[in-house]
Design a protein around this ligand. Structure first.
Ligand code: AMP
Length: 119
């Protein structure tokens, strides 16, 4: 699937739409989800134009991959999620239920989250 540069996260990355920023470095932007599913719900994105995890895992540089995971851990610690634990979710494609076609990791925590996949 070709990258759609008009997707909403691409617009946020270009500062065309505001976000509640949680973290930023050269390769990564993270912001709070607009419809949080937990007390902490942060979306962690590579800045590069990657549609989903399949795309990222094939084309991203080692530096970009490392940056994404380093940032994720840092953001979790910044929000004190490392102590009680947290969950990272990546929806990929149709079966994964992905709605926005720019790779993003959902970092969720701050409460007991229950079952990983609902009934
Ligand atoms: P997914 O289903 O994995 O693609 O998740 C998309 C997520 O983006 C959902 O949790 C939405 O609530 C969230 N979302 C959509 N638009 C925005 C926005 N403008 N700012 C922050 N989060 C958003």
């Amino acid at each position: 699937m070709a990258y759609d540069s008009n997707n909403i996260f691409a617009k946020i990355l270009r500062n065309e739409i505001p976000c509640k920023k949680a973290y930023e470095d050269n390769h990564v932007l993270a912001f709070h989800d607009i419809a949080p599913k937990a007390p902490v719900h942060i979306l962690v994105l590579p800045k590069g134009a990657y549609t989903d995890m399949d795309d990222f895992s094939q084309r991203a540089s080692i530096e970009e991959i490392a940056a994404l995971f380093r940032a994720l851990g840092q953001i979790a610690r910044d929000h004190k999620l490392d102590q009680g634990g947290y969950r990272v979710i990546v929806n990929c494609g149709l079966n994964g239920g992905q709605e926005v076609p720019h790779l993003h990791l959902h970092l969720v925590g701050g409460a007991r989250l229950g079952r990983m996949i609902g009934p």
